[in-house]
Design a protein around this ligand. Structure first.
Ligand code: PLP
Length: 398
């Protein structure tokens, strides 16, 4: 999970360039956000109410689907869909080896069995070519993750799902407004799940999440399950859970949603600028964009064989970085029971020691971008100098 807070002004040695600066974003929309929050407080519509309904309508419209069911967070969103789809003990769900643990832990919570699939070397998303070999008579669904804001290989994944009668849930927690062949992610599978964790491209001021779908019957089951088994107070058709978006978060999200297209373009422009300026850095691999997709750069992730040295070098120069994620899911202690080895997921295993997320947020300044680029470039020069010094020592006469 990324750092989503800004250190207090009094904190010593703050980063020259933070990974994310949520306060900078708040300052650009302060009047709108403050007014929206004040209205919720004045009307005391804290749980559901008009602001929640307004946000659900607006978000469904933004993704281009019929229904949006808001809930407490992006983890609940995944759990609610799988529960509503009727996952049974032993049902197998295939998902990517490279994601945040919410993607896989919810499969287990919903009663299923997690089956990991390795990732594509160029995009970090699930390797669609490897999915079919993992399908068994117990397989019921596939959860691709649009990781870092990059759409997964949806055409291939949906074709496999069709051939084998499987459902697809898109984990869109990092990919608000990303498109695949001109359509918003979240609108392809039986459902798409979103997180509005504060640091996400569309972030609340606390936990929040949503599910989108075009399936009306599924939407109703999910809404009921998330709200104690009934959408009308006192009318409990089934036993459910309590996972609700609150009025304050909905009001903040509705304000922010209006700005999201502009923020998304800003992220894409920053990423393009980084990729151009860093293209000459030896040994550094900048992100690829899948043809026909738009990548919304929740994270800007580079690869370097000397990742830890690069991260330390950047930290010394005041550039905050993150590793999303340091251990691929199959190798976490939480999945020791599956007894996987690096050979099972060579790509995800290689990436876990090479990936590094550089600062990216819509409000980053040109001076901050230059600072990051200079710091990365100086790492390359320092390594070159060290290599030359090594060579010079090697040829030094005795
Ligand atoms: C890929 C992915 N899926 C699911 C989640 C879960 O979202 P939340 O933190 O809102 O529960 C996250 C959050 O970081 C995520 O990155």
């Amino acid at each position: 999970m990324l750092m989503a807070t800004r250190p207090p002004a009094s904190a010593p040695a703050t980063s020259a360039v933070p990974l994310v600066d949520l306060h900078a974003q708040y300052l650009t929309i302060r009047a709108e956000v403050d007014a929206a929050i004040a209205e919720v407080i004045q009307t005391s519509s804290f749980i559901r109410g008009p602001r929640v309904e307004e946000f659900e309508r607006a978000f469904a419209g933004a993704i281009g689907v019929e229904h949006c069911i808001s809930c407490g967070n992006g983890t609940d969103a995944l759990y609610i869909v799988m529960h509503a789809l009727g996952l049974r003990p032993g049902d197998e769900v295939i998902t990517t080896a490279h994601s945040w643990i919410a993607t896989s832990e919810t499969i287990t919570q919903a009663g299923g069995a997690v089956v990991f699939c390795d990732t594509d070397a160029d995009t970090f998303t699930i390797d669609a070519e490897r999915i079919e070999a993992l399908i068994t008579p117990r397989t019921v669904g596939i959860i691709p993750v649009h990781l870092y804001g990059q759409p997964a290989d949806l055409d291939k994944i949906l074709a496999i799902a069709d051939r084998h009668g499987l459902w697809v849930i898109e984990d869109c927690a990092q990919a608000h407004l990303a498109t695949y062949k001109g359509r918003m992610v979240g609108s392809f599978g039986v459902a798409g799940t979103f997180s509005f964790y504060p640091g996400k491209n569309l972030g609340a001021m606390g936990d929040a999440g949503a599910i989108v779908t075009n399936d009306t019957a599924l939407a109703r089951r999910m809404a009921m399950f998330a709200r104690h088994g009934g959408v009308t107070k006192g009318d409990h058709q089934i036993e459910g859970i309590n996972s609700r978006l609150d009025g304050l978060q909905a009001a903040v999200l509705t304000v922010k949603l209006k700005h999201l297209p502009v923020w998304t373009k800003a992220r894409q422009a920053i990423a393009a600028q980084y990729s151009e300026l860093l293209s000459t850095c030896e040994d550094l691999i900048t992100p690829n964009i899948r043809p026909g997709s738009s990548h919304v750069f929740h994270h800007y992730v580079v690869c370097h064989e000397k990742r830890d040295a690069l991260a330390a070098h950047l930290m010394q120069r005041g550039v905050q970085t993150a590793i999303n994620y340091p251990v691929a899911l199959p190798f976490l202690p939480a999945y020791a029971r599956l007894a996987h080895s690096p050979h099972d997921f060579p790509v995800a295993h290689r990436h876990q020691s090479q990936i590094l997320s550089l600062p990216i947020f819509p409000e980053i300044t040109q001076a901050q971008i230059k600072h990051v680029v200079d710091a990365v470039q100086s790492f390359g020069r320092r390594r070159q100098r060290k290599a030359w010094e090594g060579d010079a020592r090697a040829v030094r006469p005795r």
